[in-house]
Design a protein around this ligand. Structure first.
Ligand code: GLN
Length: 538
């Protein structure tokens, strides 16, 4: 039998509920429990795959090819586990199942209703994780308490508490305690109201976590506890930190995991987290500094590149190097010269993306990196554009392009491959999830990974066109990672260049704090080397 912890948020969105959930998961896991996280998203999209990154931030991809909420990325990184489509459930999926059941006549003539049919389906999704052997299911309910959309999820949680009892199901509520400058005070009213909203629908929180800019005073904590009907020791604070991986330590120091375990009647087993503290300390003692340019499209919204930023955070700690990430709008590179925008950077990253906007600017950035020996790392679209750049400017295939951007290109070096290419989801749909690749011995890729066979996650529609393999190979492009059947190009590199590598997959999804992804780690080292050369010359 599992225990269940539901995590809700109040007052405002973007309080860091995902990180709070991941941090609680980390502590319970380190206390010896098998923790399985679950994110409920109250929107009606079946998954975030069809949503703009502007709306929703990054789409996180799991091994099984599910397109999920970016909080699953936090869960994977903090808990060091790999998740699947079972761990992210949207209202869209719940309704979809209900309507399918109804059309199949499964409700035997009954009126299909939010309670009990929708709430039963929500509970069923939670209980699937109990069947998977969770000691603790950690279910984060997206949105803010008071939203119409999240009501069925909260109601399902209430029912589960009634069915299983208060020792087995608890509620953690995250709120904001704003600081009002003019009054010079932390204000508890929004928290009081948010807890009231929860109680109106029958949920009494067991623990409160208060986001605040400064420490809660004794008086503030007392007031919050009193109005929330809680003992004072169940009110915790989450002050802003400069590195999200410090949050578990912040919670631990207040005894948060202990209170949760006691509430659930679970033994408080000893905890070990020296490795984590070392990882955080290494970040605090970064010595060298480099500047990385990321050419993007969603540059205003850093959440679109969440996993990439986190992968660099892991690499920063591993190499004790501070990476200043500068996002550059690729369209700006089209207008201005790359020299102007890129000459003071130590590395260039072209991340994944869809659509035509800014691609010529990204191609110019890649050309600049190739010609000036600047360390270059291409991810997904970045590999496709590096191929195009090489085809046009080195192999002389003028007008080479991807059929995504120019369906009539004379040289479609990137294209949609026919079904027989061994891709599970074919035609116009995306290739998603984990696929293996074999690395070429003596290549940069092989040196970076230190092994011959790898598995990485994908999310793209277009592929390298194998018809161009020989001609590009003759001109010096190395295909250093290929699918086991030899059909799909996964990694390209340039041996004449100090560090130029591009991959068709998304390595950022597999980087973890204590096992940073080697492609990010080695890229940071290459940037460090380049920085030393650049500043010496200058
Ligand atoms: N737009 C490209 C494709 O569909 C690249 C996608 C990506 O970078 N994730 O293949």
């Amino acid at each position: 039998m599992s225990k269940f912890v539901f995590i809700t948020g109040g007052v405002v969105s973007a309080l860091g509920k995902g990180i709070a959930t991941a941090s609680i998961g980390f502590l319970l896991k380190r206390r010896g429990y098998n923790v399985i996280p679950l994110k409920f998203d109250p929107y009606l999209n079946v998954d975030p795959g069809t949503m703009s990154p502007f709306q929703h931030g990054e789409v996180f991809v799991t091994d099984d090819g599910a397109e999920t909420d970016l909080d699953l990325g936090h869960y994977e990184r903090f808990l060091d586990i790999s998740l699947s489509r079972k761990n992210n459930v949207t209202a869209g999926q719940i309704y979809y199942t209900i309507i399918e059941n109804e059309r199949d006549g499964k409700y035997l003539g009954k009126t299909v209703q939010v309670v009990p049919h929708l709430t039963d389906e929500i509970k069923r999704r939670v209980l699937l994780l109990e069947e998977d052997g969770a000691d603790v299911v950690l279910a984060e309910i997206g949105g803010t308490v008071g939203d119409i959309e999240s009501l069925p999820f909260l109601e399902a949680a209430r029912q589960l508490r009634l069915e299983r009892g208060s020792d087995d199901v608890i509620f953690v509520h995250l709120t904001l305690v704003p600081y009002i400058k003019a009054a010079g005070e932390l204000k508890t009213k929004p928290t009081q109201h948010s807890v009231m909203k929860l109680r109106e629908i029958g949920l009494q929180p067991d623990l409160l976590i208060c986001r605040a800019e400064m420490p809660l005073t004794e008086e503030v904590r007392k007031k919050i506890a009193l109005f929330s009907n809680l003992p004072e020791r169940n009110v915790f604070e989450a002050q802003d930190v400069d590195f999200i991986y410090k949050i578990p330590i912040v919670f631990y120091n207040q005894g948060l995991d202990r209170v949760i375990l006691e509430r659930l009647n679970l033994a408080v087993m000893p905890i070990k987290m020296d490795d984590w503290i070392e990882f955080v300390n290494a970040y605090d003692s970064r010595e060298d500094e480099v500047t990385l340019c990321i050419t993007g499209k969603y540059v205003e919204l850093k959440d679109s590149y969440k996993s990439i930023i986190e992968a660099f955070n892991h690499a920063q700690s591993a190499t004790k190097t501070k990476v200043n990430m500068r996002f550059i709008d690729a369209e700006e590179i089209e207008e201005k010269s790359p020299e102007l925008l890129l000459s003071d950077c130590d590395g260039i990253l072209v991340p994944g993306g869809f659509g035509k906007r800014g691609i010529e600017g990204k191609i110019r950035a890649i050309q600049y990196a190739r010609e000036n020996n600047v360390p270059f790392f291409g991810i997904c679209l970045g590999m496709q554009l590096a191929t195009i750049e090489f085809a046009r400017n080195v192999a002389g295939l003028s007008g080479a392009n991807s059929t995504e951007f120019d369906p009539d290109t004379p040289y479609p070096v990137i294209t949609i491959l026919p079904d027989k290419a061994g891709i599970k989801k074919m035609g116009g749909t995306l290739r998603k999830g984990a696929y293996p690749a074999i690395l070429k011995e003596n290549s940069l890729a092989f040196r970076v990974y230190g092994k011959r066979e790898i598995s990485e996650r994908h999310r793209h529609r277009y592929e390298f066109n194998p018809e161009y393999m020989n001609i590009l190979k003759e001109k010096g492009l190395v295909f250093s990672g290929i699918s086991p059947d030899g059909r799909l190009v996964e990694i390209i590199e340039l041996p004449e260049h100090p560090y130029f590598i591009a991959v068709q997959f998304h390595p950022e999804f597999k980087s973890r704090p204590l096992s940073p992804h080697p492609l990010f780690r080695e890229f940071v080292k290459a940037m460090r080397g380049y920085h030393a050369r650049r500043t010496q010359q200058g």
